[in-house]
Write a protein that binds this ligand. Structure first.
Ligand code: ADP
Ligand code: ADP
Length: 226
């Protein structure tokens, strides 16, 4: 099965805005995939539906073959989500943030501790495990958000504009972290409005505009057209 299959997905918000007008796309297992589009295109709405934060008006979503609408918790168990906004408790320590998050999702404490050490290392935060997370730099906070999403060992990691508003050095660090995660076999899907980011990271992409997919395929094929 593909990691993600979306079929004729539509979303009309209560105010009448048609954010998705029949979106279909497929992301292969192990892919590094970008959903590229300008502000207002429908990226967050699509990510919101896949991560069960927004209800679709119609259409289908499958995660590794599991129907998201019919078997929501089974599908969600395979997804790790990195929201756009930093939303961990700034008065907790990174180590505790990771362990508590895993605990919430039913990971036994001893296992959560092992994973937290691994993820802190991969996020280059081992030296910051016990500081108040409020004191982390912006880039460190972003890397901690990614580390947290990986604590449940998702097969599919989804990031909504992970580098929006961060400077180029932080962006490069995050790119390195994401490449390493993908190299380990995790499918990565991110939304972005930077072509440069999609180009640097992704094998395949879809371009969304005004709620419709206007391109879908290998990055290389798209670049050849530009
Ligand atoms: P749903 O159809 O998923 O129930 P709603 O249309 O009820 O969503 O809107 C959810 C929330 O988002 C509401 O509080 C609404 O005021 C707010 N909202 C409305 N318009 C926008 C917008 N253009 N962008 C972001 N949020 C919005
Ligand atoms: P993107 O992430 O690509 O910037 P969004 O999915 O946030 O796009 O928005 C797509 C469209 O839906 C925009 O016109 C936006 O104003 C509208 N929208 C987003 N969220 C809501 C909401 N909760 N209620 C009403 N309209 C919304």
């Amino acid at each position: 099965h593909p990691a993600l299959e979306i079929a004729d997905l539509r979303k009309t918000y209560a105010n009448g805005v048609e954010a998705l007008k029949g979106v279909s796309l497929s992301v292969a297992d192990g892919d590094f995939f970008a959903l590229l589009g300008p502000n207002g295109a429908g990226k967050s709405t699509l990510i919101g539906i896949v991560s069960s934060l927004v209800n679709a008006s119609s259409g289908g979503v499958r995660v590794h073959g599991v129907d998201l609408l019919r078997s929501r918790s089974d599908a969600m168990r395979m997804i790790g989500l990195v929201p756009q906004e930093i939303n961990f408790n700034l008065f907790e320590k990174p180590f505790d943030i990771l362990v508590n998050y895993a605990g919430f999702y039913g990971v036994p404490r001893a296992e959560a501790v092992v994973r937290a050490r691994e993820e802190l290392a991969r996020a280059q935060l081992s030296g910051k495990a016990e500081v108040m997370s409020r004191t982390l730099s912006g880039g460190m906070k972003r890397r901690l958000m990614i580390a947290r999403a990986l604590m449940t060992r998702p097969r599919l990691l989804i990031l909504d504009e992970p580098t929006a508003g961060v400077d180029i050095e932080i962006r490069r660090d995050m790119w390195r972290q994401l490449r390493e995660i993908n190299a380990g076999g995790t499918t990565v899907i991110l939304t972005t409005h930077y072509l440069e980011e999609a180009e640097s990271l992704c094998r395949n992409l879809a371009i969304i505009d005004h709620g419709r997919i206007i391109e879908h395929g290998p990055m290389r094929a798209l670049l050849a057209k530009l």
